[in-house]
Design a protein around this ligand. Structure first.
Ligand code: HEM
Length: 509
C-alpha cells in the first residue's frame, strides 16, 4: 500500500497523535491525503438520468440495410462491411430521481450507446420509449422541473406532473405510454431503445435521408404492472443494475439488433405529422424497421465511478456519414450535453479513458483542470499549438465524400410547427395496447390524477377523450369514483391490486 505520492504506507489504522490519547498533528500527510480525497469523492450527479448502470460490448455490422447496400444511404464506416466490429459502452438509466433511487419507478429509461469507431466516437443517446413529451427544447427545463420533487417538500407530486402535461397537449401520447406498463420496463436487458429524435444519413455523394434508430432486445420485451414493481421494490431497489451485472458475469450476454426507419429528406406533406416531431411514431407499415447490426454486452465495468459515473454521452457526437436533422429537440439537446459535462465532469472530460476515442486524437487544445496529456499527433512539433503553421506537420484531414449542404430560405421566427396533431397517435397507441395494458394504464392514471386539482383532471379527461372516446370515458369514470383526499397524495402511480407481471414479448411500440 502507498499514498498517491508513492510513499509506502506502514500504518493505515492510526492517525499520528501526541501520545496515544493526544491531539493530532497536521503534518500527517497520509491521513490528510486520505481524508481530503474522501471529501471530494463525489462529483455533481447528472441533472437528469442520475441513476444508471453500464456495460462494455461490441457492435457488429450487417453491411447492409434491410436488403440494400448500406452505402446507398450512409458512408459511415462502422456500418459498411458485414462482420465489422466496433467496441461500445452502454449506460442505461432512469430519469427523474437521484443516483441511488429505486429502479422500479415509473419513468422513461435511458439507453445511451458510445461507439468507439475508427473515425472517432459516435454517441446514440436514446430512451426505451420511441417518443417524447415535448417537441421543442425550450420546454425541457419546465418538463423536468414538473417531474422532479417539489422544490418545497422535496417530494415528487402527481399533481405537478399532470399540471404540466395538461397544459402541454403534445405530451398526451407519451403520458399514454408512461402510465401503461411500458413506463416500468422489467429490467434493462428486456427493453427496447430508440434514438427518439430524427437524424440523417449522408452517402458519398452528399445525399441525405431522414433516419430513426431503434434497438430491439433479442431477450424479448418485458414490462411490469404497478403492483409487480411495488413488490420488487419492497425487497430490492437495485434490481435492474443487479440483473444486468449478474447476467454479464454469468456469460449470459444481452443482445440488441439495431434497426433504422428511413424517409426521404423532405417535409412529407402527405403525412399527418411532421417527421421532425418527436412526439410521433413513424408507422412501421409505411417505414419498416430495417436491421443494420447487432450489439452484444459482454463485459462489466471494473470501477463504477470511473466508467459509468464519469461517462459522458451527447447527441452532438456523430461520425462522418451521420448528420443532425432540424428536429428542434435534437438541436437543443446537442448544446446541452457537452455543456453540462464540462461542468459535471470537467473541461477535460474527453481525456478520461471511458470518454476518449480509441483512434488518435490531434488537437491544439491545451491546459484546463486535470489535463494530463497533450493531444500530440505523430511527429508533431510540441512548441506549435496552433494551425496553420509552417513549423508543424499537423494538417486538416481529407474529406471523406461530398459535403451535405442543405439549403434554407425562411424568416427567422419563434413558432411551433404545423401538423401538431397532438391526439391521434395517442388514441392509436391506446387502442393497440392489450387489455391488461389498458387496464393498468387507466388504474395508474386514475390513482395519480386523483391527487390533482379538478381543473387539471378535467383538462386531462378532455385530452384523453380527443385521443379516444373510450379512453376519456374510462379515466372520467375512474375519477368520479375516487374522491380527492389528502391521504391520496403520494408518488406517481399507486396500487393496482389485481395486476401481475405480463410478458410483452414480440410486441413492439
Ligand atoms: C442525459 C438534456 C431530451 C436521453 C441528459 C443530461 C442532460 C440532458 C443535461 C445529463 C447529461 C450528463 O450529465 O452527462 C436534455 C435536453 C433535452 C433532452 C436539454 C431536450 C431538449 C432527451 C431525449 C432523450 C434523452 C428526447 C431520449 C432520446 C438522455 C439520456 C441521458 C440524458 C439517455 C443519460 C445519458 C447517460 O447515460 O449519461 N439529457 N435531454 N434526453 N438524456 Fe437528455
Amino acid at each position: 500500500m502507498t499514498t498517491r505520492q508513492g510513499h509506502p504506507v506502514t500504518d493505515n489504522q492510526n492517525i499520528r497523535t501526541i501520545g496515544n490519547r493526544g491531539p493530532a498533528t497536521l503534518e500527517n500527510y497520509h491521513f490528510i491525503e486520505k481524508i481530503s480525497h474522501f471529501d471530494r469523492e463525489r462529483i455533481p450527479e447528472r441533472v437528469v438520468h442520475a441513476r444508471g448502470a453500464g456495460a462494455h460490448g461490441v457492435f457488429e455490422a450487417y453491411g447492409k440495410v434491410g436488403d440494400e447496400p448500406i452505402a446507398k444511404y450512409t458512408r459511415a464506416k462502422l456500418f459498411q462491411e458485414k462482420g465489422k466490429q466496433t467496441p461500445v459502452f452502454v449506460r442505461f438509466s432512469t430519469v427523474g430521481h437521484g443516483g441511488h433511487s429505486p429502479e422500479t419507478l415509473r419513468d422513461p429509461r435511458g439507453f445511451a450507446v458510445k461507439f468507439y469507431t475508427e473515425d472517432g466516437n459516435w454517441d446514440l443517446v436514446g430512451n426505451n420509449l420511441k417518443i417524447f413529451f415535448i417537441r421543442d427544447a425550450m420546454k425541457f427545463p419546465d418538463l423536468i422541473h414538473s417531474q422532479k420533487p417539489d422544490p418545497v417538500t422535496n417530494i415528487q407530486s402527481g399533481e405537478r406532473i399532470f399540471d404540466f402535461i395538461a397544459n402541454t397537449p403534445e405530451a398526451t401520447h407519451m403520458a399514454t405510454f408512461l402510465f401503461s406498463p411500458w413506463g416500468i420496463p422489467a429490467n434493462y436487458r428486456q427493453m427496447q431503445g430508440s434514438g427518439v429524435n430524427t437524424y440523417k444519413w449522408v452517402n458519398a455523394d452528399g445525399q441525405a435521408v431522414l433516419v430513426k434508430y431503434h434497438w430491439e432486445p433479442l431477450q424479448g420485451i418485458r414490462n411490469l404492472t404497478q403492483a409487480e414493481a411495488e413488490s420488487i421494490q419492497a425487497k430490492n431497489f437495485n434490481h435492474a443494475t443487479q440483473d444486468l451485472f449478474e447476467a454479464i458475469k454469468e456469460g449470459n450476454y444481452p443482445e440488441w439488433e439495431l434497426c433504422v426507419q428511413i424517409m426521404s429528406d423532405d417535409d412529407h406533406p402527405e403525412l399527418d405529422f411532421d417527421p421532425l416531431d418527436d412526439t410521433k411514431l413513424w408507422p412501421a407499415d409505411q417505414f419498416p424497421f430495417l436491421p443494420v447490426g447487432k450489439m452484444t454486452l459482454n463485459r462489466n465495468p471494473v470501477d463504477y465511478f470511473n466508467e459509468v459515473e464519469q461517462s459522458a454521452f451527447g447527441t452532438g457526437v456523430l461520425v462522418d456519414g451521420l448528420e443532425f436533422s432540424d428536429d428542434k429537440m435534437l438541436q437543443g439537446r446537442t448544446f446541452s450535453y457537452s455543456d453540462t459535462q464540462r461542468y459535471r465532469v470537467g473541461a477535460n472530460y474527453l481525456q478520461l479513458p471511458i470518454n476518449a476515442p480509441k483512434n488518435q486524437v490531434v488537437t491544439n487544445q491545451r491546459g484546463g483542470q486535470m489535463s494530463f496529456h497533450s493531444d500530440f499527433g505523430q511527429g508533431q512539433n510540441p512548441h506549435i499549438n496552433y494551425e496553420p503553421s509552417t513549423l508543424n506537420n499537423v494538417k486538416e484531414a481529407p474529406k471523406a465524400g461530398k459535403d451535405y449542404e442543405p439549403r434554407y430560405e425562411a424568416n427567422l421566427v419563434r413558432q411551433k410547427i404545423d401538423r401538431t396533431n397532438d391526439f391521434k397517435q395517442a388514441g392509436e397507441t391506446y387502442r393497440n395496447f392489450e387489455d391488461w395494458e389498458r387496464d393498468d394504464l387507466i388504474t395508474n392514471l386514475v390513482n395519480t390524477l386523483a391527487t390533482a386539482d379538478k381543473r387539471i383532471q378535467d383538462k386531462m379527461i378532455e385530452h384523453f377523450t380527443l385521443a379516444d372516446a373510450d379512453y376519456g370515458r374510462r379515466v372520467a369514470e375512474g375519477l368520479a369514483k375516487t374522491s380527492k383526499s389528502q391521504e391520496d397524495k403520494g408518488p406517481i402511480g399507486a396500487i393496482s391490486p389485481e395486476a401481475g407481471v405480463k410478458d410483452a414479448k414480440q410486441k413492439s411500440h
